[in-house]
Design a protein around this ligand. Structure first.
Ligand code: COA
Length: 548
């Protein structure tokens, strides 16, 4: 394989400009994430008063020391449902890929520092995504739970728990049952309040750890019970750990405190079956990229129209920057080739331009090769979409685009997606965006996802509006023109704002925004998760684990 060359110079002004732009975008992201952490820190005193740990303290005790942890969907709900600055970002769940007792797990810590860990629509959507990951990657789910159930605030400007969201929330419980039947173990520590939906999250788990003096697990807590029937009861009598351990049988392990509960959860994970040995054996020797991954933040220019070569990204991600490119002479806008990541075979599809008919044909054929050889595929988005015009249409643009989407959708080997820059139109689908169900999808802060660029959309609608006015015989004067211009500006601004990386990540179009410099590490962790899944034994049954 050829070692990719670079034309980037870290000392050059253009590189420094790109880096300054990327760092500014990264600061926006880290500020929002930082505010969510600050919300939790501000909760410390209340947690201590109740002799409890904060959510991230619980997380720290659960995870193996020194092992990697990749947080997922940290910005879920950012800017939504009353969140203005990230203080409530995360959808009341702190979740990620991590290691517990040496086993790769999907870890979920309920963030009781935000609205008592109550469930909004974002919580539900994030949970659904996490469950999908666990199912596909055969990952045990370890959940450190503390949730007041459904968020009843309603209204709040965004209908966080309207009827639709309530019904959608039920899918989480359906999937918990399906996961159990599929042989995906779910381990939960009921650290505190578990009301209504919070209670079902616990009760539908296969292993339940109760915490003495802290678990409060009930269908209706004291306030709801009083409102519903007038009955007055203490939380301990209604759903304390002792009651469940000794009387109701809704829990099998009785812990003394938060830390003890987490210790028990770790022991439960330790007795689960392990993936077959050798699942992660590298195909070739692992070699660091020849070009420095630290330079990944100096590639994307601030000017969205400026060209950059996606091979510069590939050169800083793959082993020894080696890339066996295919069909270079056929099309230069869609880049396809084989490489190794952490010693594992991968195929890579990236964009340097709109996807042409030849680019679509080449990529579709390349994906068949990857499918044929079981090579996982990494998609690197940087496209304004499929090429438009008479000539590409005559060359079968729609047909070849459809074929590419077909190849992506039906690819059997793992799909990992990284949205580097633009991800517009059907090019978004063809490059394995969320819609095409990749195993994992991450974004750089420079990612832009939309049906098209704001300026183009405004222009399209301007032409449509002008044609309509002409048909209706309305004369174009200065007033009409001003009205059309104003409308065009609104469309452009609106579309550009909703294509922003943070806007999209808040809506779970990706599994998280990452620092470009971490791309190799993040993609490798995701890749190994997929590779290990195939070697993880499962023992499905018909009904899941029911407690009697
Ligand atoms: N919906 C919306 N917000 C809720 C809520 C709910 N169901 N339950 C609690 N909150 C909010 C509180 O208003 C408070 O908000 P703030 O931080 O802006 O002041 C925050 O969550 C913490 O609640 P608080 O009661 O102060 O904390 P706590 O730790 O003492 O108790 C709960 C937390 C969840 C145990 C308690 O508030 C409770 O029992 N809530 C009712 C739960 C319920 O009946 N749910 C029914 C679901 S169908």
């Amino acid at each position: 394989m050829l070692e990719l060359e670079t034309t980037l110079h870290a000392g050059a002004p253009a590189f420094q400009d790109n880096r300054a732009f990327m760092r500014a975008q990264l600061t926006r992201v880290s500020n929002a994430v930082g505010r969510a952490h600050a919300t939790e820190l501000a909760f410390t005193e209340r947690a201590r008063k109740h002799e409890k740990l904060r959510p991230r303290e619980r997380l720290g005790l659960l995870l193996d020391r020194g092992a990697p942890f990749l947080e997922l969907c940290a910005l879920a709900g950012y800017g939504m449902y009353g969140d203005t600055d990230g203080s409530f970002a995360g959808g009341q769940l702190i979740a990620g890929l991590g290691f517990v007792s040496g086993r790769r797990c999907l870890v979920i810590v309920w963030n009781h520092a935000v609205k008592g860990g109550t469930i909004t629509r974002v919580t539900t959507q994030k949970m659904l995504r996490l469950q999908d990951i666990a199912k596909k990657q055969r990952l045990p789910i370890v959940s450190l739970s503390e949730s007041g159930g459904g968020n009843l605030e309603g209204g709040g400007g965004g209908d966080p728990w309207g009827a639709y969201a309530f019904v959608e929330g039920g899918v989480c419980y359906c999937q918990q049952a399906e996961l159990s039947a599929a042989g995906i173990p779910q381990i939960v520590v009921a650290h505190g309040n578990a009301t209504a939906g919070g209670a079902y999250h616990v009760a539908l788990s296969d292993y339940i750890v109760l915490v003495r003096g802290q678990t409060q697990l009930f269908l209706a807590g004291p306030p709801l019970l009083k409102a519903a029937t007038g009955e007055v009861a203490s939380a301990e009598a209604l759903g304390g750990a002792e009651m469940h351990a000794r009387v109701s049988g809704t829990g099998e392990y009785l812990a003394e405190d938060d830390a003890d509960g987490i210790r028990i959860a770790r022991e439960i994970v330790a007795q689960l079956p392990k993936p077959a040995a050798g699942a992660l054996t590298a195909d070739v020797e692992v070699l660091a990229p020849l070009h420095d991954p630290e330079e990944l933040d100096g590639i994307v220019p601030a000017d969205a129209k400026a060209f950059y070569d996606i091979r510069e990204v590939i050169a800083r991600v793959v082993d020894r920057s080696r890339f066996l490119e295919l069909g270079r002479e056929l099309d230069s806008g869609t880049i396809c080739g084989h490489a190794h990541l952490g010693g594992h075979r991968v195929g890579i599809v990236g964009n340097n331009a709109p996807i042409t008919p030849n680019g679509a044909k080449k990529a579709a054929m390349f994906l068949q090769l990857c499918d044929h050889s079981g090579a996982p595929v990494i998609f690197l988005h940087n496209t304004t979409g499929f090429l438009v015009g008479v000539e590409p249409e005559e060359r079968g643009q729609v047909k070849h685009g459809a074929k590419l989407i077909q190849a992506v959708a039906n690819l059997r080997s793992p799909k990992l997606t990284l949205v580097v820059g633009k991800s517009y139109g059907a090019g978004n689908y063809a490059m394995a965006s969320r819609a095409l169900k990749p195993d994992f999808i991450f974004a750089w802060p420079t990612a832009r996802t939309a049906v098209m660029g704001g300026a183009q959309a405004a222009k399209v609608l301007q032409i449509v509006a002008e044609a309509k006015l002409a048909r209706s015989g309305v004369a174009m004067d200065a007033n009409v023109q001003a009205m059309l211009d104003e409308r065009a500006r609104a469309i452009e601004t609106g579309l550009d704002a909703t294509s922003d990386a943070m806007y999209c990540s808040a809506r779970l179009f990706d599994d998280g925004i990452i620092d470009p410099r971490d791309s190799r590490k993040v993609l490798l962790l995701a890749l190994e998760t997929c590779l290990e899944a195939e070697a993880t034994p499962r023992f499905p049954n018909t009904f899941g684990i029911a407690r009697f």
